[in-house]
Ligand binder design. Sequence first.
Ligand SMILES: NC(=O)c1ccc[n+]([C@@H]2O[C@H](COP(=O)([O-])OP(=O)(O)OC[C@H]3O[C@@H](n4cnc5c(N)ncnc54)[C@H](O)[C@@H]3O)[C@@H](O)[C@H]2O)c1
Length: 357
Amino acid sequence: MKILVTGGAGFIGSAVIRHIIATTQDSVINLDKLTYAGNLESLLEVSSSSRYAFEQVDICNRQALDKVFQQHQPDAVMHLAAESHVDRSIDGPAEFIQTNIVGTYTLLEAARAYWNALDPERKQAFRFHHISTDEVYGDLPHPSDQATATEHLFTETTAYQPSSPYSASKASSDHLVRAWLRTYGFPTLITNCSNNYGPYHFPEKLIPLVILNALEGKPLPIYGKGDQIRDWLYVKDHAKALYSVVTQGKVGETYNIGGHNELQNIEVVQAICKILDELVPSSQSYSSLITYVSDRPGHDRRYAIDASKIAQELGWKPQETFESGLRKTIKWYLANQHWCQRVQDGSYQRERLGVAQ
Ligand SMILES: NC(=O)c1ccc[n+]([C@@H]2O[C@H](COP(=O)([O-])OP(=O)(O)OC[C@H]3O[C@@H](n4cnc5c(N)ncnc54)[C@H](O)[C@@H]3O)[C@@H](O)[C@H]2O)c1
């Protein structure tokens, strides 16, 4: 197969590309605008492969998209390109509306025009896989709200109730994808995944930010009480799930992907400090750097995924526990600090983002 991966220079997209090149005979075209979040250095281990190509293109540019489809003739699209950071969506929603909604619309139309002109056999086999988030579902009851609250999980039929400009823009793009399936018979699949963590994660997100701040002796900021719950999934497990869905998933279906690792943010930060205390001992525990700051406006309190459908239908289950995945992640950051320095590039110094005015 030839797979067009959008957003392939980002955190999850680069993990998907590394997985495909390392474990299959498929070819990949990485289509990415290279925003602050896109880094070709994350693809150094695959960039010399004859099965890898890169196109620097904005998914809002229809002409450029048409050219890429004509030139590379993909069999499938895995669409990951997006603005992805909730805090940035609070500070400046416009880019999120543009890339996540208008960009997804533009990509759908370019892909549909290309698909319409394929011969019947290739048309039948073509897939458009839209990668989305569990944040479209809003938040779940928190254990502190009621005794049975943790029994609630997001399923594929949970109603959409996004809270942030980011999740609302992702929800909109999911709706567009479903409409293109229903109206045009365009062969789409959607996945909604929980919080990812792992190597090559841009240092604005909780886990890399805490690791890097801790190593520099800087405060480890905890939003609000730190009791917000997320379901953490190691990025390599997500990449494997996505490849199963694009190759074996049923057209028109949605699959929820999660790590069965519900943890409060403060527990995640404490776990990082504990591993760092062991790997890079300092005079004081890194947990002494924990600092409580004002909460994120509209902060969702709990996400948790029921991933039984993908387990039953496609046989996918996460392989890493949170402890094993976190240890690998921390070791990666310790060994790759040059990557962290280069991607921050002077434009972002791990300052606080997302405080609504
Ligand atoms: N990170 C998570 O925990 C998580 C969880 C579930 C779903 N998702 C979804 O997975 C996808 C990838 O997330 P990520 O964390 O890798 O994001 P990321 O921010 O690390 O990477 C996004 C990539 O998209 C590219 N991009 C942005 N705007 C573009 C445009 N207009 N045209 C072309 N390329 C553009 C960027 O250059 C970057 O390489 C997103 O759609 C996100 O909503 C992320």
